[in-house]
Design a protein around this ligand. Structure first.
Ligand SMILES: Cc1cc2nc3c(=O)[nH]c(=O)nc-3n(C[C@H](O)[C@H](O)[C@H](O)COP(=O)(O)OP(=O)(O)OC[C@H]3O[C@@H](n4cnc5c(N)ncnc54)[C@H](O)[C@@H]3O)c2cc1C
Length: 103
């Protein structure tokens, strides 16, 4: 670990972003690891029915939110569409609940 040498040997941050913190008082906050969204999950069809390995819907088993997979089209969460995770979780829950209530 190097401090005050113009290089971040611990995290490799570009030196142009290193700003000296010299003036007290100093404050710290406790940060925890968190998971904002999940890109994998159980495979579902357009009605949010869970699918078997063969792609057949499992009667009576519905999956929504982060538990449902095959939504983002890959292993990455696209950051160019704001609210994508919450949007899909809420709308899938609403649509599935409404469809089931009408059955
Ligand atoms: C810090 C942070 C920032 C985020 N920012 C954004 C953002 O800007 N835009 C965006 O689109 N998404 C954002 N997300 C992601 C989004 O919030 C989540 O992907 C989404 O809320 C997940 O919804 P969900 O219904 O799948 O799960 P959750 O919202 O986690 O709901 C699961 C629920 O199940 C309950 N539960 C768990 N176990 C049990 C049990 N055994 N019995 C009964 N209930 C149970 C939990 O209490 C919880 O209420 C963010 C997430 C985090 C953590």
């Amino acid at each position: 670990m190097a401090h005050g040498h113009g290089a971040d040997t611990e995290f490799g941050k570009d030196p142009k972003y290193l700003i000296p913190v010299k003036q007290a008082p100093f404050y710290g906050i406790h940060r925890r690891m968190r998971c904002s969204t999940i890109c994998a999950g159980l495979e579902v069809n357009s009605e949010n029915q869970a699918l078997t390995a063969e792609g057949e819907p499992i009667e009576g088993l519905y999956v929504i939110g982060n538990c449902a997979g095959n939504f983002y089209g890959g292993v990455d969460y696209p950051l160019d569409i704001y609210g994508l995770s919450l949007g899909r979780c809420v709308s899938a829950g609403y649509m599935t609940g409404r469809a089931l209530a009408q059955k």
